[in-house]
Design a protein around this ligand. Structure first.
Ligand SMILES: NC(=O)c1ccc[n+]([C@@H]2O[C@H](COP(=O)([O-])OP(=O)(O)OC[C@H]3O[C@@H](n4cnc5c(N)ncnc54)[C@H](O)[C@@H]3O)[C@@H](O)[C@H]2O)c1
Length: 253
């Protein structure tokens, strides 16, 4: 049986856990060779081990997405190990401070911009450059519903996620005729360490989260991974510049 991304190679950032890990496993299941890129070495190596147990191919590259040299190294490794770069999922991200603007720490603002926004921009910059030489490809970046509507106390995070959707459109327009597609996903609330940590600390917040999306409850990471699989596969060959919301109907309200 052939997989949706058979023979393709995919780099997935932030794949030591959460949405990135689920997507790395899903891509491997559907036939892709996978570069697992993350700052977390142990978690990244565990993702690789899971893929190898499934009979797939994967390598871990320690990567801080806010550093251009790390992004370039992750792309070079993909081409050296697997011969090409077909899909790049710019997924690594952090919450940053959770505070009203007056109390919001300036260093924390710089950090969330560096990881969530500059990290995606660097991925597009060097990912597109490599794909132009390699016959095209698909780049998907992780935005959020928090980039489409304002969430109190998330001003830095929200700005980065709105920015991700916009630079995705810039890249889509700039390279539309060159075989490169750029899209984003905007998850709602997903059961990953990022959200589970908040829910464990604050039961009132946890209850709000469970009731936030019209479909009820939170998404499984695999439900986000399936959308990323669609955008990285040839099934979405005419889709570019789009931010695909995966949020149980939240944005329809
Ligand atoms: N979980 C949600 O509900 C939700 C909703 C909307 C958007 N998102 C976005 O989805 C993406 C993945 O989040 P998640 O929920 O899986 O979170 P997570 O915290 O479980 O995983 C994030 C991963 O990114 C890695 N990472 C953090 N900073 C990095 C850096 N500088 N370089 C490389 N890797 C780095 C972490 O080590 C971790 O493995 C993020 O961009 C997040 O903002 C999550």
């Amino acid at each position: 049986m052939s997989g949706l991304v058979d023979g393709k190679s995919a780099i997935i950032t932030g794949s030591a856990q959460g949405i990135g890990e689920a997507t790395a496993l899903r891509y491997a299941e559907e036939g892709a060779d996978v570069v697992v890129a993350d700052v977390l070495v142990e978690g990244g190596e565990e993702t690789v081990a899971q893929i190898e147990e499934m009979g797939g191919n994967a390598v871990f590259v320690e990567t801080d997405v806010s550093q251009a040299a790390d992004i370039q190294n992750m792309i070079t490794t993909c081409i050296e190990e697997f011969g090409s770069i077909d899909v790049l999922f710019n997924n690594a991200g952090i919450d940053g401070p959770i505070e009203p603007i007056v109390e919001y720490d300036e260093e924390g603002f710089d950090e969330v911009i560096d990881v969530n926004l500059k990290g995606v921009w660097l991925g597009l910059k060097y990912g597109v450059e490599a794909m132009l030489e390699d016959g095209g490809g698909s780049i998907i970046s992780t935005s959020s519903i928090g980039g489409q509507v304002a969430v109190p106390e998330y001003s830095g995070y929200g700005a980065t996620k709105a920015g991700v959707s916009l630079i995705t459109k810039s890249a889509a327009l700039e390279y539309a005729t060159e075989g490169i597609r750029a899209n984003a996903i905007a998850p709602g609330l997903v059961k990953t360490p990022m959200v589970e940590n908040i829910m464990q600390e604050d039961e009132e917040m946890a209850e709000q989260f469970r009731n936030m999306e019209p479909m009820g409850g939170l998404a499984d990471p695999e439900e986000i991974a399936n959308s990323v699989l669609f955008l990285g596969s040839d099934l979405s060959s005419r889709v570019t510049g789009h931010t695909l919301a995966v949020e149980g109907g939240f944005l329809s309200q």
